[in-house]
Design a protein around this ligand. Structure first.
Ligand code: FES
Ligand code: FES
Length: 177
């Protein structure tokens, strides 16, 4: 179990990450982002701004996208976290991940894990009235100009429509953790 460097007492927090029970002992205000990357070793989730502005650190908390740089570990007690690593299932990429690969939706890749997590959530939950661009508005990309990302999400929607039962259950059994 990794230790953080924040002052103050440590608290035991249990959460389910990508389908696996995890227990960490952390300062209560330790960020979920740091728990994921440093304590649990899931480096897929990236830090951009660290202030809730860029979306690079997006993960799903109880099925809803959150900026993990703004979530305290203590808030995750008993909850379900899914990271980009948890989108694949038994070695098969989520259709959103396949679509990003095919359309070149990633360049430097810093925004990509958060963008992919948001896109998978959109594909599952449905687009807002403003469509894909509104749906990914909380995820900032400095590199792509968004065209390839929008193409990727459009393609992922089609891929999921073709799948029997859609993509809602993708990664539900937990991916690599
Ligand atoms: S690193 Fe969390 S929103 Fe930018
Ligand atoms: S690919 Fe570089 S920030 Fe999006």
């Amino acid at each position: 179990m990794a230790h953080d460097h924040l002052p103050g007492p440590r608290t035991t927090v249990r959460m389910r990450i990508n389908g696996e029970e995890k227990t960490v002992r952390v300062a209560p205000m330790r960020r979920l982002l740091d728990v994921l990357r440093e304590d649990v070793g899931l480096k897929g989730t990236k830090e951009g701004c660290g202030e809730g502005e860029c979306g690079a650190c997006t993960v799903l908390l109880d099925g809803e996208p959150v900026c993990s740089c703004l979530v305290a570990a203590l808030q995750c007690e008993g909850r379900e976290v899914r990271t980009v690593e948890g989108l694949e299932s038994h070695g098969v990429l989520h259709p959103v991940q396949e679509a990003f690969l095919q359309h070149g939706g990633a360049q430097c890749g810093i925004c990509t894990p958060g963008m992919v997590v948001t896109a998978a959530w959109l594909v599952d939950k449905g687009l807002p009235p403003g469509g894909i661009r509104e749906g990914i508005a909380g995820n900032i990309c400095r590199c792509t100009g968004y065209g390839a990302i929008v193409d990727s999400v459009e393609d992922a929607i089609v891929r999921c429509q073709r799948k029997a039962g859609g993509c809602a259950q993708e990664g539900s059994e937990g991916g690599a953790a």
